[in-house]
Ligand binder design. Structure first.
Ligand code: NAD
Ligand code: UDX
Length: 468
């Protein structure tokens, strides 16, 4: 069979992956019409906002790519059915969060959105359609998708309807998504139909060198994505475990990371100690791996990976407990400035941010939190903390409000707790901050991003993660 030429793409899911990924494909494949669809009308309206600073996903460089392609060969719409019907290739880029109820609750991925979109494709596609799993999925999900699509195959009034299913997991990281998509370490395509594989590879080969386009079977592709995230997260839990030991022994985790990272077998990346990993992927994907291992009777393997998640939660709680301990064992009624709410710098995403856990702990202890983040909205913080902001924090315990800048957050505070590594936190004027804080005052830097010497010179007591 000859390689089908892809002229129209539909991507179901206009989220953190669907939006940026399709924008970059459209940018490099001007001959292909790319339509990104979503049920969420507000999200689609934001993707279509003439003001590119209002795109629903904050990602450096994304506005320029969308600005170049939108209206030319990149479209955002809620007209899901028409976009599927017109597509030669459909990407499934919907959310796959951890199940919250029923069998596998707390571990397994919730596949309801994948199944719903596969059913929509089955019903509406015309002719031959290549269906690409872009979402991160449990190994063997393609089997389910193939079964749903297979039931719809056959003769139709407009001709035969057929499908090929591919797995093409996405490895972008938020905050660097455009660079990761422009210059990926690899593109992974898993499948059984060589013509479909080559059709997808021919799109990527518009800008990715052939050596980086890896072809595997479906199941290896699905499992590689979970494994990549598990290995990355494992490194963070490993270095965070050593950070705690450094604090107990007067070693310095940055120095240890530099020393071990110089070993080319270990490498330098992903060795930064912090408040614990966040983001929508790591925890979800490891829990999914744990669930799969249990399903296949591999209890020891499940326990091994579960340890990575447990250590991560411990690290976040360890930091909130440490703040309470240093503030004389109580934070009740005390104002604490929290700098950074996003799960990492250069994104507005707060999903599974360790800041949520740490703030929840401090609120439970009765603290009054003044929270500043340059990109996260007050509505998002309220949703994450499960309680609304207060207008004034003069009375009461366990309250929070948004601060418009770090100085406002620190005013009257006993401590500044830095939880996201925004570059601006490296430039803070500690003399000015110390002057408005209640003494004795602390800087707790869980990201080692601040100028500790300047903070100490300004009279603050300083704790930095992983420094003994
Ligand atoms: P997201 O929640 O930001 O976006 C998913 C979108 O899909 C939502 O806007 C939702 O409304 C839409 N949707 C769900 N069902 C739909 C349907 N039937 N029809 C139309 N739209 C529908 O999620 P995301 O962060 O983009 O992640 C998507 C997938 O990619 C997940 O499987 C995730 O694990 C994976 N992934 C995410 C990242 C990341 O950095 N966020 C990186 C790699 C892989
Ligand atoms: C991750 C994977 O990197 C990406 O390949 C996959 O496609 C999606 O999941 P993302 O979650 O967007 O990407 O960001 P990442 O840079 O991996 O950071 C995840 C978390 O780990 C963040 O909270 C970050 O602050 C933390 N982290 C990362 C550390 O604490 N230390 C490090 O050295 C690296």
């Amino acid at each position: 069979m000859s390689t089908p030429v892809i002229q129209t793409i539909c991507c179901i899911g206009a989220g953190y992956v669907g939006g940026p990924t399709m924008a970059v494909i459209a940018d490099h494949c001007p001959g292909v019409q790319v339509t990104v669809v979503d049920l969420n009308q507000a999200r689609i309206e934001a993707w279509n906002d003439p003001d590119l600073s209002k795109l629903p996903v904050y990602e450096p460089g994304l506005d320029a790519v969308v600005g170049r392609c939108r209206g030319r060969n990149l479209h955002f719409t809620t007209a899901v059915d028409a976009a599927i019907a017109a597509a030669d290739m459909v990407f499934l880029s919907v959310n796959t969060p951890t199940k919250t109820r029923g069998i596998g609750a707390g571990e397994a991925s919730d596949l309801r959105w994948i199944e719903a979109s596969a059913r929509q494709v089955a019903a509406l596609a015309q002719g031959h359609t290549i269906v690409v799993e872009k979402s991160t999925l449990p190994v063997r999900t393609a089997e389910v998708i193939k079964t749903i699509l297979g039931a719809a195959e056959g003769e139709t009034p407009t001709g035969p309807k057929t499908f090929s299913v591919l797995s093409n997991p996405e490895f972008l990281a938020e905050g660097t998504a455009i660079g990761d998509l422009e210059n990926p370490d690899r593109v992974l395509i898993g499948g059984e139909d060589p013509a479909a594989i080559e059709a997808l590879a021919s799109l990527y080969s518009q800008w990715v060198v052939p050596e980086k386009i890896l072809r595997t079977n479906l199941w290896s592709s699905e499992l590689s994505k979970l494994t990549a995230n598990a290995f990355l997260a494992q490194r963070i839990s490993s270095i965070n475990s050593i950070a705690a030991l450094c604090e107990a022994t007067e070693a310095n985790v940055a120095e240890v990371a530099r020393a071990i990272g110089a070993d080319s077998r270990i490498g330098t990346k992903f060795l930064k100690a912090g408040p614990g990993f966040g983001g929508s992927c790591f925890q979800k994907d490891i829990l999914n791996l744990v669930y799969l291992c249990r399903h296949y009777g591999l209890e020891e393997v499940a326990a091994y990976w579960q340890g990575v998640v447990s250590l991560n939660a411990w690290q976040s709680h360890r930091i909130s407990a440490l703040v309470v301990r240093q503030l004389f064992g109580t934070v009740t009624g005390k104002r604490i400035a929290v700098l950074g709410f996003a799960f990492k710098a250069d994104t507005n995403d707060t999903r599974e941010s360790p800041t949520i856990t740490i703030c929840a702990d401090l609120l439970e202890e009765g603290a009054q939190l003044a929270i500043y983040d340059p990109k996260v909205s007050a509505e998002q913080i309220a949703a994450d903390l499960g309680q609304p902001a207060v207008v004034t924090m003069d009375s009461g315990e366990g309250q929070w409000q948004v601060a418009s800048n770090p100085l406002a957050a620190a005013t009257g505070a006993d401590a500044v707790v830095v939880l996201t590594e925004w570059a601006e936190f490296g430039q803070l004027d500690w003399r000015a901050l110390a002057a408005v804080m209640r003494q004795p005052a602390w800087l707790f830097d869980a990201r080692t991003v601040c100028d500790a010497a300047a903070a100490r010179a300004a009279g603050l007591k300083v704790w930095r993660v992983g420094e003994g």
